[in-house]
Design a protein around this ligand. Structure first.
Ligand code: ARG
Length: 262
């Protein structure tokens, strides 16, 4: 497994495009670097390949590589961001993914699609979120481009504006998710389609506990993951909480900082 990351050299909260972001809530830059390095080191220790994309000044959200694209079998559907504040990242992601050898495609202009922030594989199915950042119309287009079945899920709570803030695939048949962040029919669809589900209350999801990456049986997540440890253990996983305070100020955690490559 390989992960794409981007150092937080120019990271900051310089605009407000989700309810977590408050310009006056200043990022502690040294601490952000420490937190990012701890995640980077954890991946290295687990034996993952970490690819790095060069950060670009003036793009303070670039460390959130999950939003670059969704990838599968050598193909990448690159993002079109909802907010103009992040649209300047798009050419850099296209270049980085081309350099990594992916064949690129894009959703039509005028529709937004925010990559793996809103598109997560659970086994061979792509779970895709809509409601805040990604337009539902893109789901079928992404499914076709990657030749996979797509399940559209409606997000209803603005704090959980990307699917990866409230749902995490733990294995091909297991997810943890916060039902309260989904329209009732979407929460039902998840329970019906996935054999093993761990349900996380919103107050824990608020700590970005669902914004996690699983490596084998280890779930790398934010501090707070210990509060779902019992449920994780029952499914054969164990959680590891990393401090993410600085990135949470921008509305992101472990998974947002990590694009899973294949
Ligand atoms: N500030 C970023 C934004 O609002 C955070 C992105 C978090 N990424 C994620 N995959 N949820 O776009």
């Amino acid at each position: 497994m390989a992960i794409l990351m981007c150092r937080p050299d120019y990271f900051g909260v310089e605009y407000e495009i989700n309810p977590w972001m408050h310009i006056q809530n200043e990022v502690d830059h040294d601490r952000a670097e420490e937190q990012w390095n701890a995640l980077f080191d954890a991946y290295q220790q687990l034996g993952l390949d970490v690819e790095l994309v060069e950060p670009v000044r003036g793009n303070p959200d670039m460390p959130f590589t999950a939003n670059a694209a969704v990838v599968r079998a050598g193909k990448a559907v690159v993002s079109r961001f909802r907010h103009p504040e992040r649209q300047s990242e798009e050419p850099f992601w296209r270049a980085a993914l081309t350099d990594l050898g992916y064949r690129l495609s894009q959703t039509p202009e005028g529709l937004s699609f925010e990559g793996a922030g809103d598109a997560l594989f659970v086994g061979d199915r792509l779970f895709a979120g809509y409601g805040f950042r990604t337009d539902r119309e893109t789901h079928a287009i992404v499914g076709e481009a990657l030749d996979v079945e797509v399940v559209s899920l409606q997000l209803v709570d603005p704090r959980f504006y990307h699917l990866d803030t409230c749902l995490c695939p733990l294995g091909p048949e297991t997810v943890m998710f916060a039902p309260g962040a989904f329209a009732p029919a979407s929460a039902r669809a998840i329970r019906k389609l996935v054999p093993h589900v761990i349900e996380v209350p919103l107050r824990l999801a608020e700590g970005f506990v669902c914004n996690a990456i699983t490596v084998g049986d280890q779930v790398l997540s934010s501090v707070g993951v210990e509060r779902v440890e019992g449920s994780l253990e029952r499914e054969g996983f164990s959680g590891r909480g990393l401090p993410m305070t600085e990135f949470i100020k921008a509305g992101g955690g472990v998974r947002c900082l990590s694009l899973v490559l294949d």
